[in-house]
Ligand binder design. Structure first.
Ligand code: ATP
Ligand code: MG
Length: 390
């Protein structure tokens, strides 16, 4: 029996007049994810996105897995369509859920009517179909309180749909519905998670990586590319901007006091990210910083780091513990790649005693020996762009 996939819209349903904009984005994102898996009809109706296969060769298992990674849906479920006649609904439920009935010892039927004009009440439909299913599967008893199997029936405009347990969706908002940001992506554990979190809130992300060849190797660049690829099922198509950072780091090493290396380097990253953000119409910069994690992530250091730009700097992980971040990284599947032992530019020329409470005037004074605008310009001119697509 050919089935279909239903994605239940999440927060979008709370939107007012502009709800259509969010819904259209969600449908477009689902369509893009389904495109490589066969020909599907994808459309929205009644707070749900429908994914209907148009040919037998559609890869429904892959489509279902992909659905779980689309931000904007709170639940996803595979369902079978039936004519809106209680006896037809029973036949579909009997056949479509035969395997579930073979495993369960008890069941109940639960009906929802999105079509309020339907002549039978939800309870009447459940009783009718439940009675027929009890006859068809006499070894599975009816238990309305804690059944092992719940047969869900949804009466909608065009058809009735039958399914068992829905899977959790990815939550959040459709990517692209809440603007774009530049997300600073290192090879570490944190920034793939912060990038993913930004995308979860409906933001299109442009990942930016600062690359200090030959102090950091091609393997380090490959690792960041792989991390971007690993989160792309959720984030959508992205262009990774690889910024050459060697000259800047050498200038800092040669001309600035060692205790300020890190904070000055991070100010350069922030300035360059701001430029890239402006060039691409992005509204903010995202980083993977978490309060107090290392010397450069004290409140004082963060303040000095962002003082040189006017654009907001968002830090989705700011109040998360390392253990919580690691747990999320494992869930996303980025952790194993993040811990591969390649250098990041932050670990090149690390000061022995970094200042945890840098003073802005001293940092400005230390920077005055550098031609900041020229170094920023040079880095921007030589950016390498890598398209990441799922
Ligand atoms: P991560 O696990 O993301 O590397 P971290 O705990 O190692 O974070 P830092 O190295 O201090 O922390 O970096 C803080 C943030 O600065 C990172 O989360 C990331 O957003 C950004 N960042 C650091 N290094 C780079 C880099 N080479 N390219 C792009 N962004 C970077
Ligand atoms: Mg790092």
């Amino acid at each position: 029996m050919r089935d279909l996939i239903l994605l239940k819209q999440g927060e979008i349903v709370l939107k007012g007049l502009n709800r259509r904009i969010f819904e259209d984005k969600l449908v477009a994102n689902v369509r893009r994810r389904m495109a490589p898996l066969g020909r599907f009809r994808v459309y929205a109706a009644q707070s749900t996105v429908y994914v209907e296969p148009l040919e037998d060769s559609c890869d429904m298992d892959a489509a279902f897995e992909a659905s779980k990674q689309v931000f904007g849906a709170i639940a996803v479920v595979r369902a079978a369509a039936a004519e809106k006649d209680p006896d037809k609904i029973f036949e579909v439920a009997r056949d479509y859920l035969a395997e579930d009935f073979a495993r369960a010892r008890s069941f109940k039927v639960e009906t929802k009517r999105a079509d309020k004009a339907y002549p039978m009440t939800s309870i009447a439909i459940s009783q009718h179909v439940g009675g027929l299913l009890a006859d068809a599967y006499p070894e599975v008893r009816v238990d309305v309180h804690s059944p092992e199997l719940t047969v869900n029936i949804e009466i909608r405009e065009q058809a009735a749909y039958v399914h068992s347990v829905p899977a959790p969706g990815a939550g959040g908002m459709p990517v692209g519905s809440c603007g774009s940001v530049v997300s600073m992506l290192s090879g570490g554990i944190d920034s793939p998670v912060s990038t993913w979190m930004a995308a979860k809130r409906g933001i299109h992300v442009i990942p930016v990586h600062f690359f200090s060849f030959p102090y950091t190797s091609q393997l380090a660049k490959d690792k960041v590319t792989e991390l971007a690829r690993l989160i792309s099922p959720w984030c959508g198509r992205m262009t990774l901007e690889v910024v050459p950072f060697t000259h800047i780091q050498e200038e800092i090493r040669d001309k600035c006091p060692e205790e300020y290396f890190t904070v000055i380097m991070r100010r350069f990253m922030t300035r360059i990210s701001e430029k890239i953000a402006r060039m691409n119409g992005c509204g903010a910069i995202v980083t993977g910083e978490s309060l107090g994690q290392v010397a450069s992530q004290t409140m004082e250091a963060m303040a000095v780091t962002q003082e040189c730009v006017a654009i907001p700097v968002l830090r989705p992980l700011v109040c998360m513990d390392k253990a919580e971040i690691v747990a999320l990284a494992r869930k996303l599947g980025t952790f194993e790649t993040s811990i591969l032992p390649y250098e990041d530019c932050c670990t090149v020329f690390t000061p022995r005693h970094p200042r945890t409470k840098p003073r802005l005037e001293e940092v400005r004074e230390a920077e005055s020996s550098l031609d900041v605008p020229a170094l920023v310009e040079e880095a921007i001119t030589n950016i390498e762009r890598i398209v990441i697509s799922k």
